[in-house]
Design a protein around this ligand. Structure first.
Ligand SMILES: Nc1ncnc2c1ncn2[C@@H]1O[C@H](COP(=O)(O)OP(=O)(O)OP(=O)(O)O)[C@@H](O)[C@H]1O
Length: 357
């Protein structure tokens, strides 16, 4: 509460109103409001009024909506800037969070989703890595258009990740041919994943996104057990078969007590570019019902979209940050990042001091 006293001692009424609006603002990214110690500065002398927030998760794109909300409420021109600085709590080496991206069924857009969520986290100020553990079809190198590159080594023991657009990329596809990897059994695959995780020079990373092989069998289970992850994201399409397999994915993660952070429904609907009509090509409400049944959030409903397909197939072109469709990934990344912050907060040890008074 130190921050609150410090800030409220200032007697500028506009400043006080801004603080009060920010701390009482709640949505899915700020479920408990904006804490006063996240407010770095408020400059009411400037026009527009400048506010700087430093968040412990990656949600800098919330700045637009907060600027708009405050400008309307105070009837003044207010400009919010957000930076991201995660607490220095490491889950593994210098990695703060590891998130597994999984799907029960192949071809639902798991790798595409993993890549764009990674990019959305990075676009919001986080340091991000992507580890491609999909032994059946490692597509991350081609999605980042680094398929022809090979990781280098300085000490002949560890590998440097490939760095693309500021994201550190490592893939099983850089090291073994897919033909060799598809015949692996669980222990070999999980051993390869551990090696890639341990023997890559990740440096300091906020979020390591792991693209898992599709399916819910022995291989995926042993791989999950080998990685000290914060949680898993399940990607599915609205089709019955995909949903059934997504359910098996939830059961698999429950079995090993790994929190399912949420479900992403990919190819959720199609919006006609001519008339704007929304059609549910593969069915409706399936992922929503699945999420409700298992008490996990539905983090995004990503449309079937030609820009997404072209971005992954034209290899040289990733989905541009300013493409309208990218907003779906931004929104998903913000909630994911906020959830991970609150999850870590609730699991970190609290020292209880009992005093006489
Ligand atoms: N929302 C979308 N709209 C249009 N095309 C998409 C969308 N999501 C993914 N795709 C396309 O679907 C194909 C499969 O995607 P992707 O490789 O990401 O699936 P996957 O689940 O990782 O597959 P697997 O795990 O079997 O390798 C790709 O051609 C990709 O461009």
């Amino acid at each position: 509460m130190f921050g609150l006293n410090k800030l409220f001692k200032k007697d500028n009424p506009i400043e006080q109103q801004i603080i009060s609006e920010l701390t009482s603002f709640k949505n899915s990214v700020f479920p408990l409001g904006i804490q006063t110690d996240w407010i770095s500065s408020i400059d009411v002398q400037k026009s527009p009024i400048k506010i700087v927030l430093q968040l412990p998760f990656a949600a800098s794109c919330m700045a637009y909506m907060l600027s708009d909300m405050l400008s309307k409420r105070l009837n003044k021109h207010i400009d919010v800037t957000i930076t991201c600085s995660l607490p220095k709590q490491y889950q593994y080496k210098k990695i703060k969070h590891i998130v597994l991206v999984a799907s029960g069924k192949g071809g639902v857009g798991k790798s595409t989703t993993a890549v764009h969520i990674a990019r959305a986290l990075q676009a919001q100020g986080a340091q991000v890595g992507v580890l491609d553990a999909d032994i059946y079809g490692p597509s991350i190198p081609s999605l980042f258009s680094v398929a022809d590159e090979k990781p280098t080594t300085q000490d002949n023991k560890t590998l440097n990740p490939i760095i693309k657009d500021g994201i550190k990329v490592q893939s099983i596809g850089f090291l073994v041919s897919p033909e060799d990897a598809t015949v692996w059994r669980g222990p070999m695959a999980s051993q390869a994943l551990s090696q890639l995780l341990n023997e890559t020079q990740w440096g300091e990373i906020d979020y390591l996104i792991v693209d898992m092989p599709p399916g819910t069998g022995d291989i995926q289970l042993t791989m999950t057990q080998k990685v000290p992850a914060s949680g898993a994201l399940i990607v599915t399409t609205p089709q019955d078969l995909a949903l059934l397999d997504a359910q098996k994915g939830i059961a698999m993660f429950n079995k090993v007590n790994l929190p399912v952070l949420g479900i992403v429904e990919n190819m959720s609907h199609f919006i006609c570019t001519h008339c704007g009509e929304k059609s549910h090509v593969f069915g409706k409400h399936g992922a929503e019902q699945l999420a409700q049944r298992h008490g996990v959030p539905l983090l995004a409903e990503i449309p079937l979209n030609v820009e997404i397909r072209e971005a992954s197939e034209h290899k040289q072109a990733m989905l541009a940050h300013d493409a309208g469709i990218f907003e779906h990934y931004i929104a998903c990344a913000q909630i994911l990042s906020s959830m991970l912050y609150y999850q870590a907060l609730s699991t970190s040890t609290v020292d209880i001091v009992i005093t006489d008074d």
